[in-house]
Design a protein around this ligand. Structure first.
Ligand code: PMP
Length: 344
């Protein structure tokens, strides 16, 4: 890491330059070489530090934001935490409209970081006045001098990753990367990173990970919004019930879908096999490479980079709680060993 052995003025200087770590055991049955970009090494413990800092600094440069102003956002938690962190250092008020699907730990963390949090129902349509999109829009119109980050529809979300995550991966792999596999929520991470990597080498395959219950994969294949694809699912931060303009569908070659249950078990397996305590979507992206690998999609010399978006501590009451796993019916006979907490 570039950071080591330095002294910093504040935590914002630690955003980005996250390590790329080889996956050794969990992918041992697959052909290919697999590396995880571990975004929990950011000071706010997720990839969202990159976009929060970048978008806020762009607004400052344009003179839109001055200290004392309010920053508003809709967020599943991570972006909110990052915006709250940046707001503390730079002297802004932070107001967040959050989905009720977010874990209680995440909501408590946001409050701890000084944010004002509005919890909005998860299973209403995006245009419902109770949805977190509509609540954020209303607050933006009500609070004078406020800025709405709007990560799902903000091109700067893509630019942040184009300027940081992409170049870092290219440099860290010394240009050897052959595949990028990443979760798509707003789509900013995969789109910006992919755009940069494809400019260096158009042959790099870009694979997005989507949830069952999300419209993203079908939209990529048909360019049509199919409401029938939408139903409730549990993974936070992955997939969507609308089409974000922060997703550049043209730079993504294909999408793979993963289930809540498989992703949960794979997240737990990453901890037990690699010693990495990462979030639910890190389980999802690893589940995707396991599925692709089993289909024989990787070759011996392939250099596959996956993005682990956040830290496991944010999911203690969910995927890392045996009680929660049981309640979801994820500890069935197939996974009896896990139910008894026997080693994988
Ligand atoms: N994983 C988690 C935990 C997230 O919070 C997000 C962001 N919603 C993602 C993955 C997906 O990142 P992006 O929004 O850049 O597509």
């Amino acid at each position: 890491m570039k950071h080591r052995n330095k002294v910093f003025d504040n935590v914002l200087d630690l955003v980005g330059n996250t390590p790329l770590v080889r996956l050794n055991k969990i992918t041992s049955k697959l052909k290919g070489n697999f590396y995880a970009k571990v975004e929990s090494f950011n000071p706010g413990h997720s990839s969202k530090d990159r976009i929060a800092l970048y978008i806020i600094e762009q607004a400052e440069k344009k003179g839109i934001l001055t200290p004392g102003d309010t920053i508003i956002e809709t967020t599943s938690g991570n972006t909110g935490f990052s915006i709250a962190m940046v707001s503390i250092i730079k002297g802004y008020d932070c107001v967040l409209a959050v989905s009720s699907k977010s874990s209680p730990d995440k909501i408590d963390m946001l409050k701890t970081m000084g944010a004002k949090v509005y919890v909005c129902p998860a299973h209403v349509s995006a245009d419902d006045p109770r949805s977190y999109y509509e609540v954020a829009k209303r607050l933006h119109s009500e609070i004078k001098g406020s800025v709405y980050i709007n990560q799902y529809f903000n091109q700067l979300n893509i630019d942040a990753h184009y300027k940081s995550t992409g170049p870092e991966i290219w440099e860290q792999t010394e240009g050897k990367v052959t595949h990028l596999v990443a979760c798509s929520g707003t789509g900013g991470t995969i789109s910006g990173t992919a755009k940069y990597l494809k400019e260096q080498n158009p042959d790099i395959k870009i694979i997005g990970v989507d949830a069952f219950g999300s419209v993203i994969k079908k939209y990529h294949e048909t360019r049509e919004f199919d409401e029938k694809e939408i139903y409730p699912y549990r993974i936070e931060g992955l997939g969507k019930n609308l089409i974000p303009t922060a997703t550049d569908f043209d730079v993504i070659d294909e999408f793979v879908k993963v289930t809540d249950e498989d992703s949960a078990h794979t997240a737990r397996l990453i901890a037990k096999s690699e010693g990495m305590f990462v979030g639910y979507t890190s389980g999802a992206v690893t589940q995707a490479i396991l599925q692709l690998g089993e289909e024989g999609r990787f070759k011996k010399d392939d250099y596959v980079v996956v993005i682990f978006p956040d830290h496991g501590a944010r999911y203690m009451s969910k995927v890392y709680s045996d009680k929660w796993m049981n309640e979801q019916g994820f500890f069935d006979s197939k996974n009896e060993a896990a139910a008894q907490n026997i080693q994988y």
